[in-house]
Design a protein around this ligand. Structure first.
Ligand SMILES: O=C(O)CCC(=O)C(=O)O
Ligand SMILES: [Fe+2]
Length: 285
């Protein structure tokens, strides 16, 4: 079964519906490709000195560059893209809030072999989440075109409902082919993996993932984003990277202070429990 594509004017509820049904979907040309190449330009100082991965999972011909919130202001509108966040919140609707889980450019070089097929939620120490329960919502934005030949992400639509710890062969997977500017969304339970790159150019993707904010972040945002940079971010992004409680009492600072108060002391006490502050949606992060 190929991956379902929707147009850029699709609403978040439709994307959530597809994530629930298939575990993945592609939104075609959601942004101008230039919005993604700007991220690469900002990351150039780090890209050029980053080595490729040490093992088959990271990819021996693949370079991964993280810390995008601090290093790439151009990534911020993508991290906070309303359609993506709306779809992610729809998928994880019963969580008090969600937070950024990781930010990473994945540049798969020529000669790379296929990454082992996996579930991203295995990062949570292989905790066996019940079938149908999603812990995270992931995206890969196509910075370059994604083709079968250059290593488009391989996915198994519908596999988010399968048993845990299954092994799959290449023939079981489909390439998530898409034009630059498009985004693949997939759930934490979807089986997938980076594709082999048989072309002579680099396949570049921007992996931005979100998780229920009671889970530990894969990329430590408190240390990846220096405090002086975190202080300058818009409030919505501060909350989204972790300066908000993950539930009523989760992540408070010293005397039951909200983490946002550390970045924004001028706000005074923001209260204890977003839901008690007249925000019936449970906060915007
Ligand atoms: O780069 C890709 O297409 C997928 C990478 C991936 O799934 C991962 O590193 O967890
Ligand atoms: Fe993955």
């Amino acid at each position: 079964m190929p991956v379902e594509h929707v147009k850029a004017d699709a609403d978040a509820a439709r994307v959530t519906e597809l994530l629930q049904r298939d575990g993945c979907c592609i939104v075609d040309r959601l942004v101008e490709p230039a919005a993604l190449s700007r991220v690469l330009e900002e990351l150039e100082p780090w890209m050029s000195r980053t080595a490729s991965g040490p093992d088959d999972f990271s990819g021996r011909h693949t370079r991964r560059i993280g810390g995008l919130i601090a290093r790439s202001p151009a990534s911020h509108p993508l991290v906070e893209h309303p359609l993506v966040l709306g779809a992610a919140r729809g998928l994880l609707h019963d969580a008090t809030s969600l937070h950024v889980h990781l930010t990473q450019v994945i540049a798969i070089g020529p000669g790379e072999t296929a990454q082992p097929v996996h579930r991203d939620q295995w990062a949570f120490d292989f905790f066996p989440f019940p079938t149908g329960y999603e812990a995270q919502c992931n995206t890969i934005w196509a910075v370059t075109d994604f083709t079968e030949e250059n290593g488009a992400t391989r996915v198994i639509p519908g596999s988010h409902r399968r048993e845990d710890k299954l092994r799959f062969a290449h023939e079981d997977t489909e390439p998530a082919e898409m034009e630059a500017g498009s985004v693949l969304l997939y759930t934490g339970a979807l089986y997938h993996g980076g594709g082999a790159n048989r072309s002579d150019s680099v396949r570049c993707g921007l992996n931005l993932t979100y998780a229920r904010s009671w889970l530990r972040q894969e990329e430590n945002q408190y240390l990846s984003v220096p405090l002086e940079v975190a202080r300058t971010l818009p409030e919505s992004l501060q909350k989204l990277i972790g300066y908000a409680r993950g539930a009523y009492a989760l992540g408070y600072v010293d005397d039951l202070r909200d983490p946002l108060e550390v970045l924004r002391p001028e706000k005074g006490r923001t209260g204890f429990g977003d839901r008690l502050l007249g925000d019936s949606s449970g906060g915007d992060a």
